[in-house]
Ligand binder design. Structure first.
Ligand code: B1M
Length: 216
């Protein structure tokens, strides 16, 4: 039964149909399906398909925009349930989160924020297109343990490097650690820019954040 639902979820994103995507997300909650599984086995399959079609010229920007909107609507519907399921309530650390400057992809970043929040981190989500100065300024203001940055474009990944360089220049990298992620980010890149943690997905991001604050 879930398989059928997951297929419909993927199709709702391919169709760019936000109403159907929200309906299916609510159906998953009512059926007791883990919201993260609904995202990864259902909705993400559709958004990846649209992304691949866009990359090879079989889909165009309007389709990408509509798929993104439907994806966002589905994830926003599932987020409260994800947060509700988070069992750990003790504050493990403070995380300042954002998508890097020049980059407006927000869905994966928000998912990482929700998972971190549900796992006991206090998350300050600064949104998308966030400059190095804003990320570092907020981290200093709230006494954050971690700056977490998402980048979805090969052209904006370099901003992750700039944040780390600025932290080092200001002598703050010892106290504020950096986690990075996003589709184009690789382990090789993480090593090159001297980030303190990297994960491929939102679940892994929780484990990485815990290990950074010594709560693993
Ligand atoms: Co854009 N886009 N997009 N897009 N878009 C990509 C990323 C692309 C790969 C599509 C493609 O060509 N195949 C391509 C990038 C190519 C490249 O540089 N390598 C691309 C492009 C080219 C563009 C534009 C330049 C298009 C244009 O205007 N010509 C433009 C750029 C705008 C900008 O940012 N300045 C653009 C715009 C958009 C929309 C606005 C239309 C829309 C975003 C809507 C929104 O976010 N509200 C959009 C979408 C939807 C996509 C795809 C299809 C889907 C992204 C997504 O939401 N995935 C994407 C193709 C793809 O990824 N398959 C694509 C679902 C999400 C759950 O996954 O974000 O990867 P993801 O997050 C994952 C992991 O990466 C990880 O965990 C998450 C959950 O598992 N993760 C972290 C993410 N951040 C993390 C941080 C961590 C740890 C893990 O620690 C800190």
């Amino acid at each position: 039964m879930s398989e059928e639902l997951f297929k419909k979820m993927a199709q709702s994103i391919i169709d760019g149909d936000s109403d159907v995507a929200v309906e299916l997300a609510n159906e998953a909650i009512a059926a007791g399906i883990d919201p993260l599984v609904a995202i990864t086995d259902g909705f993400v399959i559709g958004v990846n398909q649209v992304g691949d079609a866009f990359a090879c010229g079989d889909a165009f920007l309007p389709e990408l925009v509509m798929a993104g909107e439907a994806m966002k609507a589905a994830v926003t519907t599932l987020e409260p349930e994800m947060a509700r399921r988070g069992s750990e309530r003790q504050i493990l650390g403070k995380v300042v989160l954002g998508t890097v400057e020049g980059d407006i992809h927000e869905i994966g970043k928000s998912l990482v924020g929700t998972m971190l929040g549900a796992s006991g981190f206090q998350v300050y989500d600064l949104g998308v297109d966030v400059s190095a100065e804003k990320l570092i300024g907020k981290a200093v203001e709230v006494g954050a343990n971690i700056i977490a940055m998402s980048a979805l474009l090969t052209t904006t990944m370099v901003k992750q490097k700039e944040v780390i360089e600025l932290l080092e220049q200001e002598g703050l990298h010892n106290t504020i650690k950096v986690m990075v992620g996003g589709a184009p980010v690789t382990r090789e890149w993480v090593g090159k820019i001297k980030a303190d943690g990297y994960s491929e997905d939102a679940i892994g991001a929780v484990a990485v954040a815990k290990s950074i604050v010594g709560a693993a």
